[in-house]
Ligand binder design. Structure first.
Ligand SMILES: Cc1cc2nc3c(=O)[nH]c(=O)nc-3n(C[C@H](O)[C@H](O)[C@H](O)COP(=O)(O)OP(=O)(O)OC[C@H]3O[C@@H](n4cnc5c(N)ncnc54)[C@H](O)[C@@H]3O)c2cc1C
Length: 117
C-alpha cells in the first residue's frame, strides 16, 4: 500500500536502513498519520473504513474518537483533538487483541483498559 505521510516516510526509512546494515527487520507498523489543520489535530491509524464504526466522545464538541471494529478486533480509528486516545488506539490496532465491543461502546469505559490482558 502506498502511504504518503511523515510517519511512514520516517519509519519505513529506519527499517530499510536497519536491513541494509544487516539487522533483519520487518516493517509492519499499522499505518499512522497526523495532521494539524488550524486548531484541529487529526490522527488516523490502521484502516478506519475497514469495519463497523463506534464513536466515542462528542462530535459537536470537536473532540472525539472513532474506532473501526472487524471480527472482534479494532482495525483502525480516527482521533480528533484526542491524542491520548490515539496513543492507546495505535497499540490496540498493532496488538490485534480481541476486544469486547460493548466495552468500547460504553462512554464510561476507559479506552486504555482495553489493552489489559
Ligand atoms: C501539501 C502537503 C501537505 C502534507 N501534509 C501532511 C500532513 O499533515 N501529515 C503528514 O504526515 N504528511 C503530510 N504530507 C505528506 C508528507 O509531507 C510526505 O509523505 C513526506 O514528506 C514524504 O517524505 P519523503 O522523505 O519520502 O519525501 P520528501 O519530503 O518529498 O523529501 C524528498 C527530498 O528529496 C529531494 N530531492 C528530490 N529529487 C532530488 C534529486 N534528484 N537530488 C537531490 N535531492 C532530491 C527533495 O528536494 C526533497 O527534499 C503532506 C504533503 C503535502 C505535499
Amino acid at each position: 500500500m502506498r502511504l504518503e505521510n511523515w510517519a511512514n516516510a520516517q519509519n519505513q526509512a529506519i527499517a530499510t536502513a536497519k536491513n541494509m546494515a544487516g539487522e533483519a527487520t520487518i516493517y509492519e507498523a499499522p499505518p499512522w498519520f497526523w495532521s494539524d489543520q488550524y486548531d484541529v489535530n487529526i490522527q488516523i491509524v490502521g484502516h478506519p473504513g475497514g469495519g463497523d464504526e463506534i464513536v466515542r466522545g462528542d462530535v459537536a464538541s470537536g473532540r472525539f474518537t472513532t474506532l473501526s471494529i472487524r471480527d472482534g478486533e479494532v482495525v483502525g480509528g480516527i482521533a480528533v483533538n484526542s491524542a491520548r486516545d490515539m496513543a492507546v488506539l495505535r497499540r490496540l490496532v498493532a496488538s490485534r487483541k480481541a476486544i469486547r465491543r460493548s466495552d468500547l461502546e460504553n462512554p464510561e469505559f476507559e479506552l486504555k483498559r482495553s489493552l489489559a490482558s
